[in-house]
Design a protein around this ligand. Structure first.
Ligand SMILES: [Mg+2]
Length: 424
């Protein structure tokens, strides 16, 4: 565990290698092992937006003019970009990573960050997770889908670590190995130092990573002309700017009811359905909740809201039991009027670890833990069945046919739904 270690690895960062080009090679076997440049259109006067690892050996990279790229690499194959494919693979990649561990931050279409919980915040566990993710991507998403994984005390250092070896890297940056470990990098190799920043750093006498490491926060504040410099200094030295993002995480759904479902019995079913959706999503992200809030707005504009804290749970039965009391309180506050809109949110999320871990609980011999593990597994099985056979194949406490009517993902949720939610 983390006790006694001052700066444990807290982030695992995944950076896909030559992403667009790798997806094209995955989709078309003829492109594998060949130098490929992905282009917005097939003309010499455009730039490569991605280059396969084979093309990179010739010096072709993102931004290289195609006219030049063809000179550098004789057999270069141009492929027109197909962004919908890259988005599709992005979702498949995130899904595969989340089979191993929740993704907390999507950096871009080909970058994902995971905040490591106490169990994973040590090098052997983090490296093991990194290897499993890499293997999972190759086996489940595609043999061309390689990535570089970086592990470090914060997200910025983890991203920097993922840049150290390409393709197919797995690197750890420890705070105690700095600045030596990164001394070979040019300032512009670092995320957050662009072409404009470099001359400003030089003007302040900062020419190398070692200089940057020694620079006091006040100097970086001046170079960045503001708090951006303080933030940069902070993350350079291992501080975490993301922790709040992670710990504040919530999962919730809200729904405006069609007029025929606004009487309280029907509205109650919708509320339960929203909770089950949120719970399913939460389990997929690998969390348990410690708090729930339920709110409703009535047709006459009255609002009701109720909130409850409880020991961490993820299983649907326990959450529905908590919900029942909250829903009654909301109805009491609002005089049991016709309900127009319902929101259900799970807060205080904490990592529940992997499904394998849950199976270990019964072995601990505690009947409470065993019971919780059994119910969590049941919820997980229901998620899997719904995933496999379609939404509401299995539901708790009300007829699936009736539930399906109000629970479509098409309805106006406050977030963009991802593909999987159509099956929840
Ligand atoms: Mg990349």
């Amino acid at each position: 565990m983390t006790s006694g270690i001052l700066n444990p690895p807290r982030w695992l960062f995944v950076d896909l290698n030559s992403y667009f080009a790798s997806v094209e090679q995955q989709l078309d076997k003829k492109l594998r092992g060949k130098p490929v440049a992905v282009v917005p259109m097939k003309t010499d006067s455009t730039c490569a937006i991605a280059a396969s690892r084979e093309a990179k050996k010739f010096g072709v990279k993102t931004g290289t003019m195609i006219r030049d790229a063809k000179r550098m690499c004789k057999g270069l194959i141009l492929v027109e970009a197909r962004h919908e494919r890259y988005v599709d693979f992005h979702h498949r990649i995130v899904r595969e990573i989340e089979r191993h561990y929740p993704v907390h931050v999507i950096g871009s279409i080909d970058e994902m960050g995971c905040f490591l919980d106490d169990r994973r915040a040590n090098e052997p566990a983090a490296l093991d997770l990194g290897r499993r993710i890499k293997r999972g991507l190759l086996e489940k998403v595609g043999e061309c889908i390689t990535c570089s994984v970086g592990i470090a005390p914060n997200r910025w250092l983890a991203k920097t670590a993922s840049d150290l070896t390409k393709p197919d890297g797995l690197e750890v940056i420890r705070l105690e190995d700095l600045p030596g470990r990164l001394e070979h990098l040019a300032l512009t190799d670092l995320c957050g130092i662009g072409r404009n920043m470099e001359p400003r750093l030089r003007q302040a006498g900062i020419h190398s990573f070692a200089d940057l490491w020694k620079a006091p926060p006040a100097v970086l504040h001046r170079v960045w002309s503001g708090v951006g410099g303080d933030r940069f200094w902070h993350q350079l030295h291992g501080g975490d700017l993301d922790e709040e993002v992670v710990t504040r995480r919530t999962v919730g759904h809200s729904h405006v009811l069609a007029p025929q479902f606004r009487e309280t019995p029907e509205a109650g079913i919708v509320a339960r359905r929203l909770l089950l959706k949120a719970a399913s999503r939460m389990r997929r992200l690998g969390y348990r909740a410690r708090e729930m809030s339920v709110s409703a707005r009535m047709e006459n504009s009255l609002r009701g809201e109720a909130h409850l804290r409880f020991p961490p749970v993820s299983d649907s039965h326990a959450l529905l039991a908590h919900m029942a009391g909250l829903w009654e309180r909301v109805l009491d506050q609002t005089g049991r009027q016709r309900v127009k809109k319902i929101s259900v949110t799970l807060h205080g999320l904490e990592s529940s670890g992997t499904p394998e871990q849950l199976e270990l609980f019964p072995a601990l011999g505690s009947p409470v833990a065993a019971d919780r593990a059994r119910r969590e597994r049941l919820s997980q099985v229901m998620d899997d069945l719904n995933q496999q056979f379609g939404r509401d194949s299995v539901a708790l406490g009300f007829a699936p046919d009736k539930a399906r009517v109000f629970s479509g993902t098409k309805i106006a949720f406050t977030r963009i739904p991802d593909a999987r939610e159509f099956q929840e």
